[in-house]
Design a protein. Structure first.
Length: 283
């Protein structure tokens, strides 16, 4: 079941984000697999889009739409003094809401859209994309949030030229930011700023959809992933989906349904790691 997102939810989330923003911005190359040649940009929830291009500055608001082709690039879209809520669309193909800043460049006729957003907004967007919010317990969502944040903080980047990440499973599957009070929003707030560490160093945590009953072992990024038995996958004869390293999403859901806390779930799939604050790695 799709999450019901109302105007009130989005405005509440935007106000909360603005009041508490302390984390850095991360950049994501979006819609890249679809190779867009035309993009439409719409303001959302009374936002005013400040659009800067070689033609000057233009403000888009209300029901107006900005059409972008290669001839109009490079172009940037920001708020007056804060990240802005906007809808990005490949006409007739895909549209998605973002909270952040947008830059569009071109390579021939192809457009390259890069969205920069607060790290915690990115975590909520990824958690909401990775797990079914209507049926996943909060403990599983929280464990996923810590794994996602660890990857975003510790992965070597930029991985895509001018963008640190992309919005596909090559980097991190990214959708719209979580609505205020939604399960993904609760999970991100519950674990705000927490990551997985080995000997005080953050680990770009790996995770997969289903391990098939036992996770894999491998040495990666200065951490040895250990093979652990995943009782939910084994009990339900769940076939493997993904590489099998680290957090098993199917297993995490099953363990959370059985009453496990998110810290216990993270500890099971990442044995030997500790949960710590990302702040201690900033100096």
């Amino acid at each position: 079941m799709a999450e019901l997102v109302t105007r009130r939810h989005i405005l509440a989330g935007l106000a909360s984000f603005t009041a508490s923003r302390v984390s850095p911005l991360l950049s994501f190359w979006v819609f890249g697999l679809l190779k867009p040649t035309v993009l439409h940009i719409y303001p959302q929830m009374n936002s005013r889009l400040h659009c800067h291009s070689s033609y000057g500055e233009e403000i888009i608001e209300g029901n107006r739409v900005l059409r972008v082709e290669a001839s109009s690039t490079p172009i940037s879209v920001t708020g007056a003094d804060r990240p802005v809520l906007f809808l990005l669309e490949i006409p007739g193909v895909l549209r998605r809401r973002y909270l952040g800043n947008l830059t569009i460049t071109s390579d021939g006729n192809l457009l390259r859209a890069v969205v920069s957003m607060d790290r915690e907004v990115a975590v909520s967007s990824i958690v909401g994309a990775e797990l079914p919010l209507a049926t996943t317990p909060l403990a599983a969502l929280a464990a996923q949030a810590v794994a996602v944040r660890s990857f975003l903080c510790a992965a070597r980047y930029p991985r895509h030229g001018e963008a640190q990440f992309c919005d596909t499973t090559h980097c991190q599957f990214l959708r719209a930011p979580a609505a205020a009070g939604s399960p993904a929003d609760q999970a991100v707030r519950l674990t705000h700023g927490l990551v997985l560490k080995a000997e005080s160093s953050m680990i770009p945590a790996q995770y997969s959809a289903a391990c098939g009953g036992r996770t894999d072992s491998a040495e990666m990024d200065h951490y040895r992933y250990r093979s652990v038995i995943c009782e939910p996958c084994r009990r339900n004869y769940t076939p493997r989906r993904g590489h099998g390293l680290g957090l098993c999403q199917t297993g995490a859901i099953g363990l959370a349904q059985a009453g496990w806390r998110w810290q216990e779930i993270a500890g099971k799939y990442y044995p030997g790691l500790v949960i710590g604050s990302v702040i201690s790695n900033i100096g």
